[in-house]
Design a protein around this ligand. Sequence first.
Ligand code: M6R
Length: 587
Amino acid sequence: MCGIVGYVGNRRAAPLLLGALKKLEYRGYDSAGIALLTDEIAVKKCTGSVSGLSGALQMAGTCGIGHTRWATHGAPSEQNAHPHVWKRFAVVHNGIIENYKTLRAECEQRGETFYSETDSEVIAHLLEFYFQGDLIAALQRVCSRLSGSYALAVICTKCPGTVALARMRSPLVVGVGGGVWCASDMPAIAAKNRTYYTLADGEFALLSARAVFYDGEGRVIQKKPAACDAEDCIPVKKGYRHYMRKEIGETASVLENRSRMLRAWTSPAVRQALGEARRLSFVACGTAYHACLAAKCAFEALARVPCSVTVASEYRYADPILEKGELVIAVSQSGETADTIAAAELAKQRGAGVLAVVNVTDSTLAGMADHVLSVGAGREIAVAATKSFNAQLMLLYSLAATLAEAKGKRGYGDLLKELPSLASQTVSVGEGVRAWVAYFMSASSVYFIGRGADHVAALEGSLKLKEITYIPSEGYPAGELKHGTLALVEQGTPVVAVLTSERLAQKTMNAVHEVYARGARVFLVTSLAEQARSKELTGAVVIPECGEIFSPMLSVIPLQLLAYYVSVARGINPDRPRNLAKSVTVE
Ligand code: M6R
């Protein structure tokens, strides 16, 4: 996590760096800081968001670096905020230096003083130690000592008008035009008439009047410009108060685009990889993990391919048994989630083919996979994933339908084509959850229940609620509550049941009766209108019918909206929940 930026040019760097950092706050907003290079290095830091740096706007200098932090090592304090300075160097870092304790001890033995608890500060010390006049050579030497992940931007009083960069498993892009820029992500520096380059792992760059790129051996390399859709890159709220609500509203159009491209997704190579797969292993984190659970329901029910789904951070250390003919499908909105990348790397090392399903196609995960499919959700700014989840489902369902078709089971493609318009209707009826908000405002816990595919929606609804409202919440299989968790249901505890399966209706309603009998306030998201008439319900939203297997695509929408409206009513900014960041590039 964390966002880093750098600028070299003719204009005053401070306002440009602050503007760029603001656009990276989705990566972390615990603290922020900038360092400007003149004859010396001047630093300004603050706790909290970048707006706390407004006093830095007047700082002199046309070359500098900046950072917005998501704390990993050390509290979110001013002391731990980047940039970290040691003698002639200032550094900003995104990633984790795993061997920092050893390196720090080495520096301390030389009598050097450390001011922070971070893993990053040691980089400035090592640079000072190894620097002999050539910034790239020093950076290379330092990087050879580091284990872990890093995107680094460095300034040095001996190298006026220069920012040096290094990258290993943390994203870093360079923009040339109106100055020379770098950032963790394109939106921070997106502008018309600018050319972009993506640094690859092990590469370095020197930004001055131009950008010069180096490979791991220090040889100058020529890089191809990277594509940047300025429209997509420059975030706008389009009249909405928050990105999250705007992004939920975009679901139908995202699905519409995807459904038009349905055929194009399944390139012959992907078709072949899927067709030959004897088993599918999904790895992902958070919301993407839930998309994989939904995909398992679809692949197993439609195409009868056995699937397993593992949280990526667990997969990596579980010593997974990979069978011959197993295809690993790594799903990630950002394509930068360290745990998912590590899981995919492990699968590759063990000889499995890896299919990456990503929203960001120039991401690290996409770069290392054998096959890549884009979910095409467009840029998602809110920390809580919404439209990207639906887009992931659309793609994964389409793959399952394609595979089923190849096995002679037709008809699912037609149903998929209806999903965009059904999603649009669901966003409208989903607004009905606004009437539920008062019952959730001061709840001490909330439960989401469902069976089968409805359980997946319950899990995702629960994750949304907890991450942006801070209300403790659990998603449960409806039949499992009575095996322990029912003990937590008290008078007034909100329970949200998801019910889209005719087959399982009575079973899920049994759980509704059980929690109602213990005083719960029950809310229902259902496609079965008659169930919504139950007298035991405090509220119900009836969504369109789209079949049990594909139902999480629709049933999740009212749950996303519920989390959003409860968050706003509790005075929280749903786009930037505390302690979280959009892109989790650390383990
Ligand atoms: O970029 P990814 O899809 O790999 O991210 C995975 C999770 O970090 C992410 O889904 C997270 O759980 C979201 N904040 C959920 O809304």
